[in-house]
Design a protein around this ligand. Structure first.
Ligand code: GLC
Length: 739
């Protein structure tokens, strides 16, 4: 009898186990691989559900006021998230909740996820945002320097930490995807998005981009997005979204390396370039989106379009006669997700294209699977929701503001400092005059993509202006006067009377994308006139510029003794600038982009071919300190074998009066090669801190890849011959021998 009962119990247990297994599909098994879960879920989806997953709609479409924003509209929530089961929502540059505060973001994204749960398969929404210099859409968040400033820090570890901290803030507000980092390599400072790049050197862009990616993706809770694939920054004349025509050599030597570095760092997604490359819009380029991205780079992540760029294949580039043709062209080229971002009919069109076989269902399935894999990797099926309390705690936290201040300090570049007019010292300065209304501005410090696409209003930013920070830190015994504007000689003379130092604070009004394109690269005339008027008083004059790029400065003559540059340093930038002016922080930033003498020189980059003329006002890598760093004992082996690494060592001493950080830049020149090489190329760098009198040995190891070039057939090759290392004003040659 006992045996019989036992058998029945065992049978019942197995039956229930089978039942549970059958009820619990693989895609809901958190222990299964993201790929297996995606395969299982994909097999359960209808065509309509599939096209929904690869459609991205912008938050304004769901809001009651549409472009006016506001609360979410239940009718549109139903239509977008349930009827169309859209897979992704984004906040564009102005896409904010009704109440722009951490809890307001959490409430908005949680509502979206709750509506997504009403669908048959309950697939969570992937929410994306441009968190490009902090969680910059949220009022109260720490606003970091824009990428050009981040690059000027030459501090990859600090930039990675920025990514990690910001990812926590982003996920806490229920957002899982940041459209960062920009991996475009700056080619022409007239381009309105130069400040969003890490500068003109492919190696530096790759190092910084990879650092942001590692930081953002460190917790696995937020996916980064390298953009804009590929060659977006090469638009002719620096006009945003202008055609770009460049050789495959330029593509492989300049624009591709940052993506290789980004993918080695585990990049989860890319956003496609809005422009054309050699006549083919990137969104229609099978060569770029499949041959290069997938087959050559081996990228397995998600490829999302840029804003409305699929439709623009028909309306702007005219490479498609109809919207259907445009959609078919983009998906057949290899696009995965369409940032439509307003027209739900795009999903219907794609479904019809698949029904007609114009877009193979296998291609759609591949795209859907990449979206689903991303969602499983991000843990969205386990926890798609925001954590309002955590969001309130993290956003604007002391930790994030301390890091933003540290990076703002490191981003500042002292371009000129004659007669050591800076820093302001009570020993030599008793009265200072600050002129220029930018000194009072917080919005100028933060630049575009801050609360709003084209920049924030002062009252929306937490932080200290340059003037406020100066007043708060001015040593006793130094008087400070301020004039927002100086418009005539008499006014300048009167204001400068008895002043020991004039500080003119100038700035480029923030703006975004094409709105920030500049053909003149000049500051506003009233600011240039103000500098001239103050220079004519003959008083010692220091100039601070807050801008989104290098500018042309006809006013920078001998009468301007000092020049400090800030690339939209963020809401801690005012404090950082004041600390540098007062000598509380010894400036250490280095230029990630050269400054032209005139627009006529453009395009001009430091790592041009050695046969080209490079004659900048300030070169790539330039940056002064309040102390002096002396380099000695540069050592490289005289001969190395082909294919072997090269060790380089140098000694750096702080030979000056104050402690400071020194960015040690290692440049290389291949003296004779089968293809003309740059006069020098950055190959390695490190930032070190030295007390006065302290000396340290710095060592680098160059890999064979660091010594390689693309030969005449564009194949990577290391050729024997002489190479020169440039480090801190020293040079050393070594010979690479075959065999
Ligand atoms: C913009 C930008 C892109 C951004 C996207 C979403 O047009 O080109 O960098 O990520 O739209 O805001």
């Amino acid at each position: 009898m006992k045996r019989k009962v036992l058998l029945i119990v065992v049978a019942l247990f197995c039956a229930s186990l089978v039942a549970i297994c059958e009820e619990r599909p693989v895609y809901l098994d958190a222990n299964a691989s993201p790929e297996a879960r995606a395969e299982d879920l994909l097999a359960r989806m209808t065509l309509e559900e599939k096209v929904g997953q690869v459609t991205q709609i912008e938050i304004h479409r769901l809001q009651k006021g549409f472009w006016g924003g506001g609360e979410l509209d239940p009718d549109w929530l139903q239509k977008v998230l349930v009827d169309y089961a859209v897979g992704s929502i984004l906040s564009g540059g102005d896409g904010v909740p009704a109440k722009n505060a951490p809890a307001g973001w959490a409430k908005m994204t949680n509502t979206i996820q709750e509506w997504a749960q009403k669908t048959r398969l309950k697939i969570p929404v992937l929410y994306g945002i441009d968190a490009v210099h902090g969680h910059n859409g949220v009022v109260g968040a720490a606003i970091y320097p824009h990428n050009l400033g981040m690059a000027a820090t030459f501090d990859p570890a600090g930039v990675e930490e920025y990514g990690r901290l910001t990812a926590d803030e982003v996920r806490a507000t229920g957002i899982h995807w940041t459209f960062a980092p920009v991996l475009d390599v700056a080619r022409d400072p007239r381009w309105g998005r130069t400040v969003e790049t890490f500068g003109e050197d492919p190696y530096l862009v790759g190092v910084m981009g990879a650092s942001v990616i590692r930081g953002f993706q460190s917790t696995g809770k937020v996916m980064a997005c390298g953009k804009h694939f590929l060659g977006y920054s090469a638009a002719e004349n620096g006009l945003d979204r202008n055609p770009a025509d460049f050789s495959e050599r330029a593509l492989r030597e300049i624009h591709l390396p940052p993506y290789r570095a980004a993918m080695e760092a585990g990049l989860g997604s890319i956003m496609v370039n809005s422009g054309e490359v050699n006549g083919v819009p990137a969104h229609a380029s099978r060569w770029l989106l499949t041959e290069v991205l997938r087959n050559e780079l081996g990228f397995t992540g998600l490829a999302v379009s840029d804003w409305e760029d699929v439709a623009k294949l028909a309306s702007y580039h005219r490479v498609a006669g109809t919207l259907d043709e445009a959609i078919a062209r983009a998906y057949n080229a290899g696009l995965d997700m369409n940032m439509v971002p307003m027209d739900l009919a795009a999903a219907d069109r794609l479904a019809n294209l698949v029904r007609k076989g114009i877009v193979p269902e296998a291609r759609l399935d591949e795209a859907v699977k990449r979206v689903l894999v991303a969602k499983f990797k991000l843990g969205l099926f386990e926890d798609p929701f925001a954590d309002p309390a955590r969001a309130e705690k993290l956003i604007g936290s002391p930790e994030s503001r301390d890091l933003a201040r540290r990076l703002a300090r490191e981003s500042l570049v002292l371009l000129k400092n004659e007669n050591e007019v800076l820093p302001i010292s009570p020993k030599k300065i008793k009265s200072v005059l600050v002129v220029g209304q930018v000194a009072e501005s917080l919005s100028y410090l933060c630049g575009p993509w801050t609360v709003h696409w084209r920049g924030a209003r002062d009252e929306e930013i937490v932080g200290q202006s340059i003037l406020g920070a100066l007043k708060a830190r001015l040593p006793a015994g130094i008087r400070l006067a301020y004039l927002p504007r100086v418009t005539n000689k008499a006014e300048a003379e009167r204001a400068a009377r008895g002043v020991d130092l004039v500080i003119a604070v100038l700035g480029e009004k923030p703006d975004a994308e094409g709105n920030a394109d500049s053909q003149e690269l000049r500051l506003p005339p009233d600011q240039e006139e103000m500098v001239r008027l103050m220079a004519e008083t003959g008083r010692p004059l220091a100039v601070v510029v807050v801008a989104g790029r290098p500018l042309v400065m006809p006013w920078l003559d001998t009468r301007v003794s000092a020049l400090l540059w800030a690339f939209y340093p963020g809401n801690e930038g005012g404090t950082a600038i004041a600390e540098v002016l007062l000598g509380m922080y010894n400036p250490s930033g280095r230029l990630p982009i050269g400054f032209p003498k005139s627009v006529g020189q453009l395009p001009q980059v430091y790592n041009c071919r050695r046969t080209a003329r490079y004659d900048p006002l300030f070169p790539f890598g330039h940056g002064l300190s309040y102390t002096k760093f002396a380099y000695s004992e540069l050592k490289v082996p005289e001969r190395v074998r082909l294919g072997m690494p090269v060790t380089v060592s140098v000694k750096v001493k702080n030979a000056g009066p104050v402690a400071g950080d020194e960015v040690v830049l290692l440049f290389l020149r291949d003296e004779v090669a089968s293809v003309t090489q740059p006069a020098k190329s950055l190959r390695a760098f490190t930032r070190i801190h030295l007390a006065p009198g302290e000396e340290r040995a710095v060592n680098f190891t160059l890999s064979p890849e660091d010594l390689s070039i693309l030969d005449e057939d564009l194949k990577p090759v290391q050729e024997p011959g002489w190479f020169t290392i440039f480090l801190g004003g020293l040079e050393a040659r070594f010979f690479v021998a075959e065999g």
